[in-house]
Design a protein around this ligand. Structure first.
Ligand SMILES: [Zn+2]
Length: 287
C-alpha cells in the first residue's frame, strides 16, 4: 500500500462519517439533505478523472456551511459518481452507465433516505452532459411521484436554459448564473478549462499537473463545435483531441477559491429563499 496522503476525503462532513444515531436524530429534526452528483470522466491531460466528483462535493460543503450561517441544518449524502458520459465517452477513464442504472441507483438512494424519515433532498450536480442531466431529472421526478420525496435540482440559470429545462418546473431551484466565469474570454469555456483547473489547483494542488498545464493552449471552439461535441463518439474526440474544451490558461488557485465560495453563497441563498416560500426563477436570462 502506498503512503497515505493528507488529501481531501470525499466522505468528510458527509453522512458516511456519521453514526446511525446521528442520522436518525437528524431525520427527526427535519434536516434537509444535499446530494452531490458527479462522474468519473477524463479532464484533459492536466487534471484527474475525479474533478466533477470533487466539484460536487466541495460545492455541497460550501452550501452546507452557508446554510448553517442562516440557521438551516443540512446533511451531505455520500457523493454519487456513476453517472453518464456521452461527450467524452470515447476517452479512457470516462466511466458511463446506462440511463436506467443511474435512475435506479439515485431512486433507491432517495428511497433509503425517505425510509429513515428525510423528506427533502437538494441535488448539487457538477456534470452537465445532456444524457446525464436527463437521467438525473427523471430520477428526481420519479422520486417526487413514486415515493413522495421533496426532491429538487439546484441548477445554474445558464445550464437550465442550455438544457431547455422549463424554469417553472416544481423540482427546479435555479440560481442566477455564475457563467461565464473568470476573466473575459473570447473562447467558449466548457470542460477542464479555467474554472475547473482553478478549483482543483486551490483545493487539491497535488492533483494538477502544472508542467503539462503550462503547455496547454485555448481550444478556440464555438457553440457549433459544442453542439457537435455533445453527441460524443470518436468524432467528438477529434473536436477536443486533448480532452479539454475552452481555455485552461486563465486558471489560478485564488480564482478557484473565489468561484467555489461564490457558488456556495449563491446556491445557499436560493435554497433559503425556496424554503421560505419566496423563491421564483431568475427572470433575466442574462446570457
Ligand atoms: Zn468537469
Amino acid at each position: 500500500m502506498g503512503k497515505l496522503q493528507r488529501r481531501i476525503n470525499i466522505f468528510e462532513e458527509t453522512m458516511a462519517h456519521m453514526t446511525y444515531v446521528q442520522i436518525e436524530a437528524a431525520a427527526q429534526e427535519g434536516t434537509l439533505v444535499l446530494f452531490p452528483v458527479g462522474v468519473v470522466e477524463e479532464h484533459g491531460p492536466h487534471l484527474p478523472l475525479a474533478v466533477d466528483v470533487y466539484g460536487a462535493y466541495l460545492q455541497s460543503r460550501e452550501v452546507k456551511s452557508e446554510l448553517e450561517k442562516k440557521g438551516i441544518k443540512s446533511l451531505i449524502a455520500p457523493p454519487f459518481y456513476w453517472g453518464i458520459n456521452v461527450a467524452t465517452g470515447s476517452f479512457g477513464g470516462s466511466f458511463s452507465c446506462r440511463e436506467e442504472t443511474m435512475i435506479s441507483v439515485l431512486l433507491d438512494a432517495m428511497s433509503s433516505l425517505r425510509n429513515w424519515g428525510f423528506d427533502r433532498v437538494f441535488f448539487i450536480n457538477h456534470h452537465m452532459d445532456s444524457g446525464h442531466m436527463k437521467a438525473l431529472n427523471q430520477a428526481i421526478q420519479k422520486a417526487r411521484k413514486e415515493i413522495g420525496m421533496g426532491a429538487y435540482l439546484v441548477i445554474d440559470q445558464f445550464f437550465a436554459k442550455g438544457l431547455a429545462l422549463k424554469a417553472d418546473e416544481p423540482h427546479l431551484v435555479i440560481y442566477q448564473s455564475l457563467f461565464p466565469s473568470g476573466p473575459p474570454s473570447p473562447y467558449l469555456n466548457i470542460h477542464a478549462e479555467g474554472h475547473e483547473t482553478s478549483f482543483m489547483w486551490h483545493y487539491l494542488p497535488e492533483l494538477v499537473n502544472q508542467e503539462v498545464w503550462k503547455t496547454l493552449k485555448p481550444t478556440d471552439l464555438s457553440l457549433d463545435h459544442f453542439r457537435f461535441w455533445v453527441r460524443g463518439g470518436t468524432e467528438a474526440r477529434k473536436v477536443t483531441p486533448q480532452g479539454y474544451f475552452g481555455d485552461p490558461t486563465t486558471a489560478s488557485p485564488e480564482r478557484g477559491r473565489e468561484e467555489m465560495e461564490t457558488y456556495g453563497r449563491r446556491a445557499a441563498g436560493v435554497i433559503e429563499a425556496f424554503l421560505q416560500g419566496r423563491y421564483s426563477p431568475p427572470k433575466d436570462p442574462g446570457i
